[in-house]
Write a protein that binds this ligand. Structure first.
Ligand SMILES: *Cc1c(COP(=O)(O)O)cnc(C)c1O
Length: 495
């Protein structure tokens, strides 16, 4: 199966090339030329497998130039006991008979980004080999908080690579910041950017799109790749857990094989929910994909109206990993819903770049209506949801998961839709201690890791080991830069 750019149907590359390169040189994103269907009986077969076997099965459908033996080796290393605190990898947690949480934060950095970023270094270094790449690979990542640490953890001390992470200086939680700035490894760099996530993401995309910069780095023996969800190698491992969650519901007799379910996904860059869309297109019985936002509700408006308008106030919220106004992966959805119309997709992206908005065709809008619903929660609503679910069920959610659960409740009240639904739980509550403590009616005393013990006392829920281990760690990286200075930061790093 080949991969083509969302902005040019003529660029067809192998899966290894798509992963090695990250972004197409025309600025578009790589998508599979044709989406594979789950073969007849596949779900039954997958039900009998463990998470790692499911991952190999699903990924092999997309990756012709990787063998089953290779993929098995990667998932064994990525999802093993060294990184994940449960052999189930992505366990479901039942709330009531039609609501489950899919916990995607049992990996080393305690957020769902680990699901893909524990695997990406293996996929990417193999991709470089398979495409005959003899330059070393420098990974650039812009992060709204969780991608950065997960990418650092995945790539630290991986031979033949360097990794450079840019995070918005005042746009991540204390724990997220310390996780990144205390990262060990001889090939890593972490920089604060004076600006928000969109500024950091735009600056990184510009570096990728600058042919002079790429030529200069190439001369010095370096090629660039991306750890953001613009890279196909980031999206693909995420399709697996939608299918796996379905199998676990069947195995737990919560549903019968073939029943439709819904997913509710806390959304920022649209990567996670897009993987759910791919799972549905492959034949997984999914009814609605519910897209949940915080006060940065650009996607709610878009899904409801068909008009994407980024010209609005940027809010810094208690769910910082969703503080995003330009959701990169929407480009892939537009491409698919326009039936692979590269010109049309490129046109929307050009409108967004020049005018800050675009309106999709009637055809895309009605396709979206079939697939998606959307809603948002304010910070106050999010905290109320955390408090209520903890009081009623003893289940402690992080702020992002709470946004999703709050949106699901509103959606059910508005529509009466009673479809069994999986809420995608994207982070451990211990990454966002201050907000979660406040939600529980406590006053946080101190900052960062000091709050972990306080939240344990307040909730009785044990904190994950990797976050407890942050106590007493100090920052290695303390510098911050303007977005315009990032190309020079990269040049110096690769000298
Ligand atoms: C990244 C992230 C999200 C948003 O996921 P996207 O793929 O960017 O839509 C939600 N919650 C948490 C905790 C995250 O780290």
């Amino acid at each position: 199966m080949r991969y083509i750019s969302t902005r040019d149907n003529e660029t067809a590359v192998s899966s290894a090339r798509a992963i090695a390169q990250g972004l197409s040189t025309d600025g578009g994103l790589f998508v599979p030329e044709a989406l594979p269907r789950l073969p007849e009986g596949a779900i039954g077969e997958l039900c009998a497998m463990n998470y790692r076997q499911r991952a190999v099965y699903v990924m092999k459908l997309f990756l012709e130039d990787y063998s089953v033996a290779e993929l098995t080796d990667y998932v064994t290393r990525a999802y093993g006991p060294r990184g994940f605190d449960t052999p189930r990898v992505a366990p479901l947690r039942r709330l009531d008979d039609r609501t489950h949480f899919l916990e995607l934060w049992h990996g080393p950095t305690c957020a769902f980004k680990d699901m893909a970023l524990q695997l990406l270094p293996h996929l990417l270094t193999a991709a470089a080999r398979k495409t005959g790449e003899d330059r070393k690979v420098c990974i650039l990542a812009a992060t709204s908080g969780d991608t950065g640490k997960a990418a650092l953890e995945g790539f630290a001390d991986v031979e033949g690579t360097k990794i450079c992470v840019f995070y918005p200086r005042d746009g991540v939680s204390d724990i997220q910041k310390l996780q990144m700035t205390s990262q060990s490894g001889s090939n890593v760099l972490v920089c604060a950017v004076n600006g928000n996530f969109d500024d950091a993401q735009a600056a990184v995309k510009e570096i990728f799109a600058d042919p002079d910069m790429r030529a200069e780095l190439s001369e010095a023996g370096w090629t660039l790749s991306s750890a953001n969800s613009i890279n196909w190698g980031r999206l693909l491992p995420q399709i697996v857990y939608y299918i796996s969650a379905y199998c676990d519901l069947v195995n737990g007799r919560e549903i019968s094989c073939g029943d439709e379910i819904g997913f509710c996904v806390p959304t920022g860059n649209f990567g996670d929910i897009l993987a759910g869309y791919y799972a549905k297109r492959m034949g997984l019985p999914v009814r609605t994909l519910l897209c949940a936002s915080n006060s940065n509700d650009v996607l709610t408006d878009f899904i409801r109206t068909g008009r994407y308008d980024r010209k609005r106030e940027f809010h810094t919220t208690i769910s910082p990993s969703m503080d995003i106004l330009v959701s990169s992966n929407l480009e892939r959805l537009l491409y698919h819903l326009s039936d692979g119309n590269d010109r049309e997709t490129a046109g929307y992206m050009e409108d967004l770049r020049t005018g800050g908005e675009y309106t999709v065709s009637r055809r895309i809008k009605s396709a979206m209506d079939e697939l998606f619903a959307a809603g948002y929660c304010t910070d106050a609503e999010t905290k109320a949801v955390i408090a209520r679910v903890f009081a009623e069920h003893g289940y402690l959610m992080d702020t992002h998961t709470a946004v999703a659960y709050g949106v699901l409740e509103k959606y059910r009240a508005e529509t009466g839709d009673g479809t069994p639904t999986v809420v995608v739980s994207t982070a451990s509550p211990y990454k966002f201690c201050a907000a979660v403590l406040e939600a529980l009616g406590r006053t946080p005393e101190g900052t960062g890791p000091e709050l972990i013990g306080q939240l344990e006392d307040a909730s009785g829920v044990p904190a994950p080991g990797p976050l407890k281990a942050l106590a007493g760690r100090t920052a290695r990286f303390t510098e911050s830069f303007d977005a315009a200075g990032l190309p020079d930061v990269v040049r110096r790093f690769l000298k």
